[in-house]
Design a protein around this ligand. Sequence first.
Ligand code: ADP
Length: 337
Amino acid sequence: MFQSARLKLTAWYLLIIMLVSLLFSAVIYNNVSRQIERLMHMQNDRIRSFQFKPLEKEPPLISIEELQIQKLQLFYTLLFVNLGIIVIAGGAGYFLAGVTLRPIKLMVDEQNDFISNASHELRTPIATLRAEMEGMLLEKNISDKEARKLISSNLEDLGTLQNLSDNLLKLARIHNVASSQEGMEKVSLGEIIKASRKKVLALAKKKTIAISLNLSKSTVYGNKDSLVEMFVILLDNAIKYSPSHSKISVTSENSSDKVKVLVADQGIGISDQDLPHIFERFFRADKSRSKTDGYGLGLSIAKNIIESHRGSVSVSSKVDQGSVFEIIFPLISHSVC
Ligand code: ADP
């Protein structure tokens, strides 16, 4: 598909370039031909006057045949120039069509990957649901206890499906919110981080993990709910991938026009080889796959939220020592506390 689109685009480039080139050639050929014909008339006049006044010395300078040859030569030169343009413009057009279509190809590939990953994740709980229900249908006598067991297992699978569809919807919604500027207002980053911490406090308590805050006063322009959601994702991960009795800290620091937030944990860390991929949709490090629940969508949702607020996110990490997520947002106003 990419190849045929590239060839079509090359053909369009070539058509436009050739139309322009042929138009210019026609204009040049027309003008020069007219000049040559004018010269030929002048020559004819001079030859005639020379025949009537043989005593005058001045002979005709260029012969008529020579002028006609010049005209023919001009025609061939323009023809070769245009053939050359076809070859060069064809090659250059093919290259440029590739460059133009590459981002579109990347987007389509990404979209296809996303669809196949999403279907893959959906398939497992659906298959489990189906197998359990079919198995139960074959049973002649189902006891109350067995029926309850089946229903609770089904509910678990349905919960997984709901969670996944919620995450997929969130990913789609972030783009809409960002482009429509819906719910964007001046918000205090400190309040947002405190609200996020409140939401994950129960989880942290379960693992006896302390979350300390050291925040500067910063006001940013953003969507409150999305920003809370983003910090909840980062804090939830920090708890999920940290051992019991460890510490998580959130600090923020203002510079002239930016605020930098650091979310640091003392968890399992991320290997150098996984680090470049953790913001990709559906990416999960093998280590996390076996240990915790998740689909690998959290960080890509967080990154989308940050970028829709004209911010940036990066991460540094050491295996078995911990990770630090650095988020930078443009500031509206600030004062250091
Ligand atoms: P999920 O947590 O559902 O797997 P995420 O997109 O939130 O998906 O994270 C992607 C992967 O990045 C995780 O599977 C995990 O391997 C890694 N990761 C994210 N946050 C941390 C963290 N704080 N410490 C260690 N690994 C992390």
